[in-house]
Design a binder for this molecule. Structure first.
Ligand code: RIB
Length: 335
């Protein structure tokens, strides 16, 4: 089996140059890079990641936690992270927590034991837990995405959920709706709470009646949206519009409304949140609040890499702005 020394000899360069070419750790001219890559080809050289990490004391591996890969929101963020990992020569270990705190702790422990160079956390089960994820391990650079309450040092990248909730509700009001309800996400999730606050702010500013029978809480999944909608339905008189705090729940609401003979948007207008890829392709195409998911993943990776490389001491707090995407699930009541 060929070794790095064989490659260096074949390409007539030093072993450290071979290493820089393969790991993209320093600029190497096109000519020399070409010679090294031809030698790698000719000798069928396969570098050992383990030997490499033992030598240079980093693994070029990142750990990432997401709540659930079933929701395309998370998959679209992961896509951005993976793209940047590929471009920068990093590996990604991806774990789902599925809302289970025990599983979250297990995964963090496992990732830190594997000596990942950094962590990306997109799993807001951590929120409100006062959890010190580094209690038993040496801290590694960490970026928390989508929520901000943590009790350990980390960079944070967040969508302005309160503003998103406000934008969504304003859109319904601008279209002449006055009877507006809200299907929020889980009560303990900061993003859900902020979106609900944004809804309340827009309702209060417009002087509209807030009817608690039109408020329900789902679990950010299709099924939860359906159940929450059925709760609103069972309570009696319906609103003319609902702000549903994520697209997965909005799809559950639309499907349940259809089964109950309620047509969207003729009888009931719906606005979602996230702008997952599917939102455009359901019937009717969903009006929603766009979160820059792919960019969130790219920015999170870049922020983490910057911390790993520069070892900067301060923590960053980056806020991304939501945007309204108008499709066909909101009816205008303006004459
Ligand atoms: O769809 C999942 C939701 O959970 C997203 O809106 C995201 O912001 C997270 O809070």
């Amino acid at each position: 089996m060929a070794t790095i020394k064989d490659v260096a000899k074949h390409a007539e360069v030093s072993t450290s140059t071979v290493s820089h070419v393969l790991n993209k750790t320093r600029y190497v001219s096109e000519n020399i890079t070409g010679r090294v890559m031809s030698a790698v080809e000719a000798l069928h050289y396969a570098p050992s990641a383990l030997a490499r990490s033992l030598k240079i004391k980093n693994t070029r591996t990142l750990g990432m936690l997401v709540t659930t890969s079933v929701n395309p929101f998370f998959a679209e963020v992961v896509k951005g992270v993976e793209r940047r990992c590929y471009e920068q020569g990093y590996n990604l270990l991806l774990c789902n927590t599925e809302g289970d705190l025990k599983r979250l702790n297990f995964n963090i422990d496992m990732l830190l034991q594997k000596q990942v160079d950094g962590l990306l956390l997109l799993s807001d089960e951590i929120a409100g837990q006062n959890l010190n994820i580094f209690a038993r391990h040496k801290p590694v650079p960490t970026v928390v995405m989508d929520f901000a309450e943590t009790s350990f040092p980390c960079d944070k990248i967040q969508n302005n959920s309160r503003h998103g909730g406000y934008l969504a509700t304003r859109h319904l009001i601008n279209n002449g709706h006055t009877k507006i309800g809200c299907i929020s996400g889980p009560r303990n999730k900061p993003t859900a709470a902020r979106r609900f606050d944004g809804y309340m702010q827009a309702m209060q500013e417009a002087g509209l009646e807030i009817n608690e029978q039109w408020h329900a809480f789902g679990n950010f999944e299709c099924e939860g949206g359906k159940l929450a909608f059925e709760q609103v339905l069972a309570a009696g008189a319906m609103p003319t519009a609902l702000f549903v705090c994520n697209d997965m729940m909005a799809m559950g609401v639309i499907s349940s409304a259809h089964k109950h003979g309620i047509s969207v948007p003729e009888d009931l207008s719906i606005i979602g949140y996230d702008d997952i890829k599917l939102a455009e392709f359901i019937t009717p195409p969903l009006t929603t609040i766009h979160q820059p998911k792919f960019n969130l993943g790219c920015i999170a990776f870049d922020t983490l890499l910057d911390k790993i490389k520069t070892q900067r001491e301060n923590d960053l707090h980056i806020q991304l702005q939501p945007k309204l995407v108008v499709r066909s699930s909101v009816r205008s009541l303006n004459t």
